[in-house]
Design a binder for this molecule. Structure first.
Ligand SMILES: Cc1ncc(COP(=O)(O)O)c(C=O)c1O
Length: 406
């Protein structure tokens, strides 16, 4: 079988692969604790479910405009005004099949083969592959100080005559870090000065802890929305409303670019599902207490996780500012994060995601989406497996695990 050069070069999504492994193990009856996931356990808002059920019952589920229904665009405009203090015009909005598709359409609209896209490490697993799918070149920018927060010189030192775009995700998947205001302002200024695109992936921007604030990129831009503005702001309902399976996200950018992105989307999927747009509209327009509840749960879980990880002698972890994740340095135990994640899954049935998939070897990404009980037990199991002073046996469910390693 021959496949395209681009397809040959693509890697499977590490996070989706882990989900699949867990599903198979659980189907066999293995009591796996899944600390690898990236979706809340809470249900979507009732408003969203009722709205979608109403449309489904009517049977009137049809094609919609490629960039979304008028109601969907109106809801996104309202959302953007509420969250960013900026009211985009109708022409600046495109709804998509998740934030992922909105990013992909943006990349396809702006990249030529060999163009380069810079994004800080650690990064979301899909960024490199999405750039490669456009025939372009991903350029991860690992902070020079070895930490999780990039500086503007980490970005500028990777710039070349081929740099077409910079992609920023803050708060960040996987580190949970909010990037400093100065960094965001510097990146916006850099992109404006150099005439390069800036994709702001804001999918986690409401999931922040302790009253912390995420810098509003739109407020940093000198001409957001003008035909010359090259900033694209991405958001969606997946994370904030626990609506991952509904696959609704969006992009806000200058109308000319949105027009091109909508043409691309029209030939890919004809646009997001009308049924699921209906649900997303209801979530956006409905009561927002579900978001506060989710933030409270995530913050509590993150505190539990950081405290428990603190009981590991060799593990270094920076408390996350937001998101669903703790990104912890386990390199004292094993510098190869793939082998370590594999070991933990095989020996104590705890699923984590190897840091190497996010561009940071030696780390593991641990999800705070589950219950605090799962987090506590998951970390206890990991500690038992990794600490050479652990007792020889551990009972997991009905099984007696015996340490036959280390
Ligand atoms: C940083 C980041 N951006 C975008 C997405 C995609 O979101 P959606 O489910 O809306 O496609 C994810 C999902 O994991 C993510 O972590």
């Amino acid at each position: 079988m021959t496949i395209s050069l681009i397809a040959r070069d693509l890697r499977e999504s590490a996070t989706l692969k882990m989900n699949e492994r867990v599903a198979i193990m659980r189907a066999k009856g293995d009591p796996v604790i899944h600390l690898g996931g990236g979706e809340p356990k809470s249900l979507p808002p009732l408003d969203a479910l009722t709205a979608a059920a109403g449309l489904l019952n009517s049977g009137e589920v049809r094609y919609t405009a490629a960039y979304g229904t008028p109601d969907m665009k109106a809801a996104i405009i309202r959302y953007t005004h509420d969250q960013y203090g900026y009211r985009p015009t109708l022409g600046m909005v495109m709804a998509s099949g998740g934030a992922k598709q909105a990013i992909m359409c943006a990349l396809q609209a702006i990249l030529n083969p060999q163009d380069e896209v810079i994004f800080p490490s650690p990064y979301w697993v899909s960024y490199p592959e999405m750039v490669k799918m456009c025939g372009a070149v991903p350029v991860p920018a690992k902070p020079m100080d070895g930490g999780l927060i990039p500086t503007i010189s980490d970005i500028t030192m990777r710039m070349s005559s081929n740099t077409k775009a910079i992609m920023i995700n803050s708060p960040n998947n996987p580190s949970g870090a909010i990037y400093p205001e100065k960094f965001i302002k510097d990146v916006v200024a850099l992109c404006e000065k150099e005439g390069i695109y800036l994709i702001m992936d804001d999918i986690y921007n409401r999931l922040v802890f302790g009253g912390k604030r995420v810098t509003n990129p739109i407020a940093c831009a000198s001409d957001f929305g003008s035909d010359n503005c090259k900033m694209i702001v991405i958001n969606g309902v997946s994370k904030v409303y626990a609506m991952t399976g509904f696959r609704i996200g969006w992009a806000i950018a200058n109308p000319k670019l949105i027009e091109v992105m909508a043409i691309i989307q029209s030939h890919q999927t004809s646009g997001p599902s009308g049924l699921l747009q209906k649900a997303a509209i209801a979530a956006i327009n409905g009561t927002q207490s579900c978001v506060d509840n989710l933030v409270m749960t995530l913050e509590n879980n993150a505190n539990v996780m950081v405290r428990r990880l603190g009981a590991f002698d060799g593990v270094k972890v920076t408390p996350p500012d937001g998101t669903f994740y703790c990104f912890a340095d386990f390199s004292t135990y094993n510098k190869d994060s793939t082998k370590l994640a594999e070991f933990l899954l095989n020996k104590v049935m705890v699923c984590t995601v190897p840091g190497v998939e996010f561009g940071m070897e030696g780390f593991l990404r641990l999800s705070t989406c589950g219950t605090s009980k799962e987090i506590i037990e998951g970390i206890e199991r990991m500690k038992w497996a990794l600490d050479p002073n652990s007792p020889n046996e551990l009972i997991i469910g009905q099984r007696k695990m015996v340490r036959d390693w280390l």
